[in-house]
Design a protein around this ligand. Structure first.
Ligand SMILES: C[S@@+](CC[C@H](N)C(=O)[O-])C[C@H]1O[C@@H](n2cnc3c(N)ncnc32)[C@H](O)[C@@H]1O
Length: 307
């Protein structure tokens, strides 16, 4: 990537002076060099590919006097970042975010899995979020980045939009043409910053929010109640979904992309009330093979899009 573009990604993170910066997937260290120029207190690099470690060690040696740089060989999906971060940077959740920033230009296949994992950790104030509302600057496939930031009524709005915006303020900063990268990906890249919210809009546990939102978006072209029905077994499906929508005061003919997060909060609260009354319903999984066989034969593959 051109240095100008690398700097643009790092600038998107804001002021990094005296911050602890954790870069995931530094590769040969292009972004790392730009981070070091911003006078951080400490840089933590987590890199899975051992072939990049020697050049990162050379970089660490070259700037020994300038910055404290730790290289952690390993997989970000299996690494607890918090153990490498000095605990004195901790701030309380309702205070300003701590001087800790996560930056990553990871392969798209990893970044999409990672963001869902990180949202769950954030919802429980675990991992890097044990230290406060740790901010992130990450790259995604452009379409994924757009979906993360898509607001109500946007045709890109999907499960990922609702989930990301439930726990974070999401800012789509800019995109970068795939042609700027070597090797060149087939798609363009979107740069997104995420700042955890003090209070999520939907307050139920992560897994429950994920389940309800996923099912409602599972038939994205239809009335949202159609997807909502799949939260319940066939014999009570219509009755329970209608009851849930009545409790939440949502019009059953609303389409999924027309539902605001505050309205999803009412739907998930109503679902939580129903499963409190009928606990066995919480374990019903529409996607389990035996449940999926003959139900909703009219749901096309497109309607079953997950993200
Ligand atoms: C697209 S390259 C980006 C390299 C560098 N950040 C840049 O922008 O030039 C992705 C990097 O992420 C690393 N990576 C891939 N999966 C990873 C994982 N699960 N944990 C840590 N690093 C990973 C790869 O080895 C590679 O160095």
């Amino acid at each position: 990537m051109e240095p100008r573009l690398i700097d643009k990604i790092v600038n998107a993170a804001g002021n990094l002076e005296n911050h602890v910066v954790c870069e995931v997937g530094p590769g040969p260290g292009g972004i790392t060099r730009s981070i070091i120029q911003r006078a951080p207190r400490k840089v933590i690099l987590i890199e899975k590919d051992p072939r990049f470690i020697p050049s990162l060690e050379l970089l660490a040696d070259a700037c020994r006097d300038k910055v404290d740089l730790d290289i952690i060989p390993g997989d970000i999906l299996k690494t607890d970042i918090a153990q490498y971060v000095p605990s004195d940077i901790k701030t309380e959740w309702h205070d300003s975010p701590p001087p800790l920033h996560l930056i990553g230009n990871l392969p798209f296949s990893v970044s999409t899995i990672l963001i869902i994992r990180w949202l769950e950790m954030m919802s429980k104030q675990e991992g890097p979020w044990i230290l406060g509302r740790t901010r992130m600057t990450l790259t995604f496939q452009k379409e994924v980045a757009e979906r993360m930031a898509a607001r109500i009524l946007d045709r890109q709005r999907c499960r990922l939009s609702v989930m990301c915006q439930n726990w974070c303020s999401v800012k789509y900063k800019f995109d970068i043409s795939g042609a700027s990268f070597l090797p060149k990906p087939d798609v363009d890249v979107g740069v997104v910053t995420l700042t955890p919210l003090k209070t999520p809009i939907i307050k139920q546990p992560f897994k429950m929010v994920e389940k309800v939102v996923r099912q409602i978006f599972s038939m994205r072209q239809k009335y949202s109640i159609r997807g909502a029905q799949t939260l319940f077994p066939p014999e009570v499906r219509e009755e329970m979904a209608l009851r849930m929508y009545k409790m939440a005061d949502i019009d059953p003919v609303t389409r999924p992309f027309q539902i605001a997060n505050a309205e999803f909060a009412r739907i998930v609260d109503a679902y939580a009330e129903i499963v409190k009354e009928y606990p066995e319903l919480e374990h019903y999984d529409y996607r389990a093979p035996k449940n999926n066989q003959k139900i909703e034969e009219d749901a096309t593959a497109e309607e079953q899009v997950v993200i």
